[in-house]
Design a protein around this ligand. Structure first.
Ligand code: ADP
Length: 599
């Protein structure tokens, strides 16, 4: 059967699946569905991988997966196996690729289905289908990668990267996999290893994630240790030795010999208990060998397993270091700026509390930390807090709710205080929720000290500009406002940004983004005659307009806000909105001209 035929059948299957009545699907049927997905994997293994040589005369152009052309060019000089000697593997690559398309359809449809009104039973069935589809997708992805590696089609990069950040990111991701287990994950790194190396960072992450991921899977309670040592080093090159040591279930002597073979799992019931395809380790081995390294494993059943691999790297170039000096000077001036700031942090995790407290204190900030909304609001009332960091997920009252309370404070200083969300995962929905609840900015965990400092300084600059502009607003006659051609004084704003054009550009783009959101939101709310939402949008918009000293727009928005609060005259609101629409492009044009002049 040609791959096209197979694709046809799979597409057919997809359409049948989308017509399936989920009401009639029992739990047993859902399990069977899962089984049949898994048996697809087996048949691919038998029928396709088995056919490696039988089709040797096949025309390659017939079976090339998408993107192969490019990859082939990139690898033609690099990969020893790049001679495309395995039609079967190419076929697997093509078929795996084709299977992913209908499978994405299945996943997409189940997503849609989950949004409809389902009974508890139906929801369980849909979840079962989705989980089976994700399993199959993992298998297909591994199969695709394996076949590309085997056929020498995988692309290997050679770029300058920060080795320490990579290890930190991998450890962070792995920690999120541990969830409810009593597993301790530790890392030990030789300090002689330079920060910048040249190699393939994404492949290195993949190897580490796979091996540590396996360790997490096979340790229920105990320790996982990642040790990294330099075993050979000169001024240009370094060979690193990585050890992933776990105290998990271990692997028997008979099984260990075959552990790097394709589709091998140590025991017959491994799939049932732990899932997986048995492809991960063979992919890891192939990647390591492609990168001129080697891997081996030692294990004792019931005691634990150690995967050990060596990889050579070139020592990183100094490009980063040159930028580094500039970067350091920039960071130092920013540190000066935050000295003495009073910061309130809402955070419930003790470790995170300690981390942020240490960082902020090391820059001379005064720090108040709590996970209790009432206590935090009390701190706000009794101290002149400059900025709030807000963990979004807290047990009793979440960060959105606490921010809502801050924003509704009668004390205008408190209600306008900058709030920056701290969050580990940030979806588009979260972003919208942040905007709706008056959260000014966000920072993703795990954040580096520099990221934290950047957020602090840019929000501080905004705050100072705003308070100056507010004083101007109180005395509009003193403000440099000319109705026909708005004068934009970006120089004073640039001074507040410590002369940093980057920061100014950031502010301007934020300003435009807010204005466009305002235009969209108000249009929508006007249709619904939703005065409260217009009032809220106007309230939010005011500070940004004041910050940029765009007084013409500011006075329009102030009028809109007032109208919503008083007579709620729809016609007048629409008129003001039209004025805003007319004025906005003029103001933006003036800002852009001014920016050009300053560059
Ligand atoms: P899978 O996708 O099934 O995890 P792998 O190739 O990554 O495939 O692993 C193959 C098999 O090796 C696993 O199914 C498991 O039986 C065994 N294995 C891998 N790592 C470990 C480990 N750290 N401890 C115990 N067994 C392991």
């Amino acid at each position: 059967m040609k791959s096209k035929d197979l694709t046809y059948h799979l597409t057919d299957l997809e359409s049948k699946l989308s017509n399936l009545s989920f009401e009639k699907l029992t739990a047993e049927e859902a399990t069977n569905l899962k089984k049949s997905f898994n048996s697809l994997k087996s048949s691919l293994e038998e029928k396709l991988v088995g056919a490696v040589t039988s089709n040797a005369s096949q025309n390659y152009s017939d079976v090339e997966p998408e993107g192969v052309e490019d990859t082939k060019k990139i690898n033609s000089t690099k990969t020893s196996k790049g001679n495309l000697n395995s039609t079967g593997e190419l076929l697997v690559a093509k078929v795996s690729h084709e299977i992913r398309t209908p499978l994405n359809g299945i996943i997409g449809f189940t997503d849609l289905l989950k949004e409809s009104n389902l009974s508890v039973d139906q929801e369980q069935h849909v979840n079962a289908i989705q989980s089976a589809s994700y399993n199959l997708m993992d298998i297909i992805n591994e199969l695709l990668e394996y076949s590309k590696l085997s056929a020498g089609l995988e692309h290997f990069e050679s770029v300058n990267f920060n080795f320490y950040s990579l290890v930190r990111d991998v450890m962070y991701l792995c920690n999120t996999l541990i969830m409810e287990k009593e597993v301790r994950l530790e890392v030990d790194m030789d300090t002689k290893i330079p920060e910048m190396l040249v190699g393939d960072p994404s492949k290195l992450s993949q190897i580490l994630l796979n091996l540590i991921g396996n360790a997490i899977k096979f340790v229920n309670k105990g320790d996982i240790h990642l040790k990294i040592n330099s075993i050979k080093q000169n001024s240009e090159e370094i060979v690193l030795d990585f050890n992933i040591i776990d105290t998990g279930i271990g692997i028997s002597e008979e099984q260990i010999e075959h552990i790097f073979d394709t589709f091998r799992q140590a025991e017959h019931d491994t799939f049932k208990k732990y899932g997986g395809s048995g492809l991960g380790l063979s992919i890891v081995k192939q990647i390591i060998e492609n990168l001129n390294g080697k891997i081996n494993v030692t294990s004792t059943l019931g005691v634990g397993t150690t995967f050990k691999f060596e990889l050579p790297f070139i020592i990183g170039t100094n490009v980063a270091k040159e930028n580094d000096q500039q970067h350091k000077a920039n960071i130092n001036s920013r540190k000066e700026l935050v000295k003495g700031m009073q910061i309130l942090v809402f955070e419930d995790n003790l470790l995170n509390q300690k981390l942020i407290e240490t960082r902020l204190k090391s820059w001379g900030c005064i720090v108040h930390i709590t996970d209790n909304a009432r206590y935090g609001l009390n701190i706000l009332e009794n101290n002149k807090i400059d900025l709030v960091f807000m963990d979004l997920r807290m047990p009793v009252m979440d960060g959105f709710e606490v921010t809502r309370r801050i924003r509704s404070s009668k004390n205008t200083y408190i209600s306008q205080i900058p709030v920056i969300a701290l969050t580990a995962d940030f979806s588009i929905k979260d972003k919208e929720q942040c905007q709706d609840n008056g959260i000014n900015d966000y920072i993703l965990k795990p954040y580096s000290p520099d990221e934290l400092l950047l957020k602090l300084t840019s929000n501080r600059a905004q705050m100072e500009i705003m308070s100056k502009a507010d004083t101007n607003m109180a005395n509009p006659s003193e403000a440099t406002f000319d109705e026909k051609s708005p004068k934009i004084d970006l120089k004073s704003i640039l001074e507040e940004c410590m002369g940093e054009m980057d920061l100014l550009e950031e502010l301007v783009s934020l300003y435009k983004q807010n204005a466009l959101e305002f235009i969209g939101n108000v249009k929508h709310h006007l249709k619904l005659e939703d005065f409260e939402s217009i009032q809220f949008a106007a309230h939010k918009m005011k500070s940004g307009l004041a910050m940029m000293q765009t007084f013409s727009l500011h006075s329009i928005v102030v009028q809109m806000h007032k109208t919503c609060m008083t007579d709620r005259d729809m016609k007048y609101l629409e008129f003001l909105y039209d004025c805003f629409l007319d004025e906005y492009p003029v103001v933006v044009h003036a800002i852009e001209l001014e920016m050009e002049k300053m560059k």
